[in-house]
Ligand binder design. Structure first.
Ligand code: ADP
Ligand code: MG
Length: 347
């Protein structure tokens, strides 16, 4: 996509203080992450649990505790506003307003002692100044928009009366109340069963088309990004290791980590598996190996991979952080073998 990005992040770093971190203090949970999202675009941010996805999301929303974290960036701009210098009062207007957010656990994000109508109404008052009848009818409209049946009845329900899927719809309605230009969705369907998951993803896709909002879809599950994402950024141990248009990524993933994520993704009709299929685990921020962080788990790794963090190099309209194609002629054939294996799985 061309034109000015809505969200423009360059070189984002986040570290947790020693006191709050089980690992070494000052170690980077997010290490030089760059992302852009254009209006109306969906970027999926993908990686196993512990890669730094939620930390990235919290940093983008100004929600990390400044006493326990250090956030740095060369550029952190949303709709032309420099987020790194934003006073807290401006953040409060932005969050839930131009930047909406939904999380994995809708119950935790909802107030248990307030009806869903009041909670959506509060968002409408805060971000659009609506009260009374106007707020009431807009609340009904939002409940309808997110596919909640019988909105006139549901508006007076407390969150515990709703199913997990319905709660997530309520949270989406609350986010939409602020007319967001960007919606950040962190594992929005992880807590839901597969059928409901598909419905919520379809809803997000529809809403995006209706409203033109941009979407940052954060997930550990590459299987769910295909139907929604335009581009996919893959993260490992706080670093972006590959970014590609979605079709290219699925056809021709280059980073061995991305290839393994693709191979491990749950396929339609198959029993849901977890990504632990990739031997080993994501290192904690203080325990990241020198060089390529994935090298200790990578079957193609050799000496050069452990020497220095591979530079980001562009690949078509995307890019990759891996030296394999450059230094090892055998890597290409291994990559192709993997791709063939993937295709035969997919067939
Ligand atoms: N508040 C915190 N204090 C210390 N370490 C944290 C904190 N939050 C996350 N981490 C660590 O940062 C790393 C990235 O975590 P997170 O961003 O939650 O990953 P993801 O969302 O990709 O699963 C993990 O190793 C996690 O243990
Ligand atoms: Mg997370």
């Amino acid at each position: 996509m061309s034109g000015t990005p809505l969200l423009d992040v360059d070189g984002l770093t986040v570290s947790f203080n020693a006191a709050s971190s089980a690992a070494r203090g000052g170690a980077l949970a997010v290490d030089g992450l760059s992302l852009t999202i254009h209006p109306g675009e969906t970027l999926a941010l993908v990686g196993e649990s512990g890669c730094g996805k939620s930390t990235t999301a919290l940093a983008l929303m100004g929600l990390l505790d400044p006493h326990r974290t250090r956030v740095g960036a060369n550029r952190l701009s949303f709709d032309g506003t420099d987020l790194s210098r934003l006073p807290e009062a401006s953040w409060r207007r932005l969050r839930g307003g131009s930047i909406g957010m939904i999380f994995q656990d809708p119950l935790a994000a909802l107030n248990p002692v307030r009806t869903v109508g009041r909670q959506i109404g509060e968002a409408l008052r805060l971000h659009r100044g609506l009260t009374g009848r106007a707020a009431h009818s807009e609340t009904l409209e939002l409940l309808r928009l997110v596919g909640i049946p019988e909105p006139a009845r549901r508006i007076d329900d407390y969150p515990h009366r709703l199913s997990g899927g319905m709660r997530q719809r309520v949270l989406i309605a609350m986010a939409l109340a602020g007319e967001p230009r960007l919606l950040i969705a962190d594992e929005p369907t992880t807590a839901l069963d597969v059928t409901i998951q598909a419905q919520i993803l379809a809803l997000l896709g529809n809403l995006q088309q209706q409203t033109g909002m941009a979407l940052l879809l954060i997930t550990h599950d590459l299987g769910i990004v295909g139907q929604l994402a335009h581009r996919v950024a893959v993260m490992y141990a706080g670093r972006k290791i590959e970014e590609r248009p979605v079709d290219e990524l699925f056809d021709d993933a280059r980073h061995p980590y991305t290839q393994r994520l693709l191979a491990a993704r749950p396929r339609r009709g198959a029993v849901r598996e977890r990504l632990t299929e990739i031997a080993g685990a994501v290192p904690a921020p203080g325990a990241v190996a020198s060089g390529c962080a994935f090298a200790p788990r990578c079957v193609f790794a050799h000496a050069a991979c452990r020497e220095a963090v591979p530079a980001w190099r562009s690949l078509g309209t995307g890019g990759i952080r891996c030296v394999l194609d450059e230094v090892d002629a055998n890597a290409e054939s291994s990559t192709i073998a993997h791709a063939n294996e993937r295709r035969s799985h997919a067939a």
